[in-house]
Design a protein around this ligand. Structure first.
Ligand code: ZN
Ligand code: ZN
Length: 204
């Protein structure tokens, strides 16, 4: 673990932000570390992250890289992959990193088996204890692993997403709520917000 880029205090603060320590968050911490090593620390909007998962890891990316939905520098693609693209606005460079399958564990391993049992509420008290231990072991392993053993790193050729623009709002004819222009639809010559448009379409 590269102690210079992410201090133990910062790791603790990340765990507090997320609410618990887990292997997924650890993957996110290591992914953020890789971004910091490549592009330097960011405090505001220097880094744009495109995340292909909405799991625990993303919280570390938000917290450590200053990427948030509100600033428009956190973009979620619902692909269900532990893959992250980091764009540096200053350096004009981008990388896409993907967690290697064995970084997270394969379906046959104990942790995954126990987690599946937990979802079905079939864990015995002993197994519950074992799950906690296995989670802690996996987290430790991810935190201490050689970073190139965890991720595949590739240059990314996708363009850097534009900065968030302030668009005009239009009033939805149906609900009367102000809606960002780019999110409105027209139906029979009326301007509708997306939710009213979808409801109206079902009635057609
Ligand atoms: Zn978590
Ligand atoms: Zn509406």
């Amino acid at each position: 673990m590269n102690q210079q880029s992410i201090s133990p205090e910062l790791i603790k603060a990340t765990i507090d932000f997320h609410g618990h320590s887990c292997p997924g968050l650890a993957i996110g911490i290591r992914a953020a570390e890789l971004a910091i090593n490549r592009f330097g620390r960011s405090v505001d909007e220097e880094i744009v992250s495109v995340v292909e998962t909405d799991m625990c890891a993303v919280d570390a990316i938000q917290f450590l890289l200053g990427c948030t939905f509100g600033k428009g520098n956190l973009i979620h693609l619902d692909y269900g992959k532990s893959a992250f693209t980091f764009h540096s606005r200053q350096k004009g460079k981008s990388i896409r990193i993907v967690a290697k399958p064995n970084a997270i564990g394969d379906p046959s391993d104990e942790l995954i088996v126990l987690r599946t049992k937990k979802l079905k509420e079939e864990l015995t008290p002993d197994e519950q204890e074992r799950l906690k231990e296995a989670m802690a072991e996996r987290t430790k392993r991810v935190m201490e692993a050689d970073i190139d053993k965890l991720f595949k790193v590739k240059p990314s050729h996708s363009p850097i997403p534009r900065k968030a623009r302030i668009l005009e709002s239009l009033i939805c004819r149906e609900c009367g709520e102000a809606t960002m222009e780019s999110r409105t639809r027209r139906l029979f010559g009326q301007t509708l917000c997306l939710s009213c448009f979808e409801a109206a379409e079902k009635r057609l």
